[in-house]
Design a protein around this ligand. Structure first.
Ligand SMILES: Cc1cc2nc3c(=O)[nH]c(=O)nc-3n(C[C@H](O)[C@H](O)[C@H](O)COP(=O)(O)OP(=O)(O)OC[C@H]3O[C@@H](n4cnc5c(N)ncnc54)[C@H](O)[C@@H]3O)c2cc1C
Length: 598
């Protein structure tokens, strides 16, 4: 049985981007959010450090500097018009969140508190600037709760714990989606004038990741199976400081508050890699530095990790050596209470998961797969664009980590994703509502649910020859080894071949043992593995083709950035069982690409 629904706007995803979109869409149209998780469990809730905005609450700061830092951080692959738009919107949108009731941490004067983050600088002095607005180290949690409350107030319809399996595109226009109700195993069709994808990232492709279990790239797989290209998928960010082996994120805010990275020689090695900003260089730079330390045999006790030290005595020692001051000119010194107040969750995670108290001993850390710069291509209005000339697919929108506007280019700066999700979530909601007001419902095909039903039946009907978990494990190992922080032609070719072989085994050998209808997580996890394999394949194929190093894409065989040949966005289409690649221009409206120096 299939139940049919109709709403003017359907939003897939109840994280920060989805909820901001819902809030704005619901002001002009009948809006529903479909989410596989209960919305407040979305990964946005895990974001710790802060949201970037040049509020200038503690010292001089400007939206223009924020834009330039973002362009530089992106290794010049970000579209400069989109970046300028986002950074100009940052200040009003943070105040908008404050007015909605978001409980930001405060300065003594009662203003929104701010702290330094990697890559954010005063463009004149080149020193780190306090630009990250934060609510302790649970900024994302506060954004999510605030937006959810506002959506409830605005009477947004919620379909919680429904897994979207397919998008319906009819006569070149988005017409709705097909979803699986987790509690009952029933298929539902949703007819809509406009569909917004806000489904988050796909870090579960790698072994060590900061990402939630739900980060399986569903939105990417769904739209690309329907002929929509994915953009810049070779750029995946490894955050320098995940808890060793577990991958749980230790926010860059720790280094913003004065924490330093230390190798086995007791050396603060970032001084050698980024003379000016040291531990606060952009993430690609710091992750590579850690790898080089490990390769050079300077991991702790010869193992694959370094230490992150935020003990007050260490922080104060290096602050004194650096001559660091608070924005008001006093020497930068911290005590236990200050650290505890600003980083309560981090202290708690380490005490719980590691049995280590960061106030007493340093934390063992290693780079962790963190953030997808690539995704579903969109323009500044969050409309999905489907070719080299940026033609719009009417009625289809994307926002948040699943989208690629592109404001992060080849490397995202910390705090710019929370900003991206609210700025472009709002754009998606506003423009979808406008579209819904000016267009009738498209026709909805009678057979809309057939493909999703066939795939579910295939998975339930396949004889389980090998466990899906084994295939997942192999995929993670291959991608971590060959499509991670450092890459080569040989490694990536092998990875691509291996992922394709895994896809074949997945299709032939994987079935679902659990045949029940109620919360069949076996079925859903297996379906999600199919999405992850698609994401891994397109990442490896896009990466293999790009013969240069830029941002997070770092090749040992092509160690230099090559603007002459590669200052362009990748587009990857899934076609006849293969990946077809194309390229499109980067918007370079203001700043000519330069070498990045930190
Ligand atoms: C640990 C961690 C810390 C971070 N810290 C920061 C930070 O301090 N500052 C910063 O700027 N960024 C940070 N980031 C990045 C940032 O939090 C995320 O990129 C951002 O929150 C993503 O928001 P989103 O709305 O796009 O996705 P999410 O919040 O993940 O929402 C995705 C939604 O899609 C739904 N969904 C997915 N697939 C389906 C499907 N098939 N059917 C139905 N629903 C589906 C899910 O249920 C969920 O509701 C952090 C990320 C992590 C992992």
């Amino acid at each position: 049985m299939t139940t049919h629904h109709q709403h003017e706007i359907i939003i897939v995803g109840g994280g920060g981007a989805g909820l901001m979109a819902a809030l704005y869409a619901s002001r002009g149209a009948d809006t529903a959010v479909i989410s596989k998780l209960y919305p407040s469990r979305s990964h946005t809730g895990a974001a710790q450090g802060g949201i970037g905005a040049a509020l200038g609450n503690l010292e001089d700061d400007r939206a223009e500097w924020h834009a330039f830092d973002t362009i530089k951080g992106s290794d010049y692959l970000g579209d400069q018009d989109a970046i300028e738009f986002m950074c100009n919107q940052a200040v009003p949108i943070v105040y908008e969140l404050e007015n909605m009731g978001l409980p930001f941490s405060r300065t003594k004067q009662g203003r929104i508190a701010q702290r330094p983050f990697g890559g954010h600088t005063n463009n004149e002095t080149k020193k780190p600037v306090t630009r990250a607005a934060y609510a302790a180290d649970r900024t994302g949690h506060m954004i999510l709760q605030t937006l959810y409350q506002q959506c409830i107030r605005n009477k947004v319809h919620f379909y919680d714990e429904y897994q979207v399996l397919d998008v319906v595109i009819e006569n070149g226009r988005a017409a709705g989606v097909v979803a699986w109700e987790l509690a009952t195993g029933e298929l539902h069709t949703f007819h809509a004038k406009a569909v917004i994808f806000a489904t988050g990232g796909y870090g579960r492709v790698w072994e060590v990741t900061s990402n939630a279990y739900a980060y399986t790239g569903d939105g990417l797989a769904i739209v690309s199976r329907r002929g929509i290209p994915l953009q810049d998928m070779e750029f995946f960010q490894f955050h320098p400081t995940g808890i060793r082996k577990l991958g749980i994120l230790i926010t860059e805010g720790v280094r913003g508050e004065g924490g330093v990275l230390i190798n086995n020689d007791g050396e603060r090695f970032m001084e050698r890699y980024a003379k000016t900003v040291k531990d606060l260089a952009s993430r690609d730079v710091v992750s590579r530095a850690i790898y080089l330390e490990l390769q050079g045999g300077r991991g702790i006790n010869g193992e694959n990790y370094v230490l992150l030290d935020v003990r007050p005595e260490t922080v104060n020692k290096f602050a004194e050596l650096d001559g660091r001051t608070f924005p008001d000119g006093r020497p930068f010194r911290v005590d236990r209470e200050m650290i505890l107040k600003k980083l309560p969750d981090i202290i708690d995670f380490c005490r719980t998961y590691l049995g280590i108290d960061p106030l007493e001993s340093p934390m063992p850390v290693q780079p962790t797969a963190h953030y997808a710069m690539g995704g579903i291509p969109t323009n500044i209005n969050a409309e999905v664009v489907i070719d080299e000339n940026n033609h719009v697919l009417p009625g289809l929108y994307a926002a948040g980590e699943t989208a690629c506007v592109s404001v992060h280019g080849a490397n995202r700066l910390g705090t710019n994703s929370l900003l991206d999700i609210v700025v472009f979530g709002k754009q998606a909601g506003k423009h979808a509502a406008d579209f819904a007001q000016h267009n009738d419902f498209p026709t909805f095909p009678a057979d809309a649910a057939d493909a999703a039903r066939a795939e579910v039946n295939r998975l339930l009907g396949n004889k389980p020859v090998e466990p899906a978990a084994d295939i997942a494990k192999e995929m993670k190992a291959i991608m971590s080894k060959d499509v991670g922080v450092f890459r080569t032609e040989e490694g990536m070719s092998e990875a691509l071949k291996a992922v394709r072989a895994l896809k074949e085994r997945y299709r032939k050998n994987v079935g679902v043992a659990d045949q029940s209808d109620v919360f069949n997580t076996d079925l859903i996890n297996t379906w999600e593995l199919g999405c992850l394999l698609d994401a891994a394949e397109v990442t490896a194929a896009s990466a293999l083709a790009r013969r240069e190093s830029r941002g997070a894409h770092s090749r040992e065989d092509y160690p230099k950035r090559d603007d002459e040949n590669w200052l362009k966005h990748t587009l990857a289409w899934r076609k006849d069982g293969d990946i077809k690649l194309g390229y499109k221009e980067v918007n370079v409206s203001k700043y000519e690409p330069k070498e990045r120096v930190y």
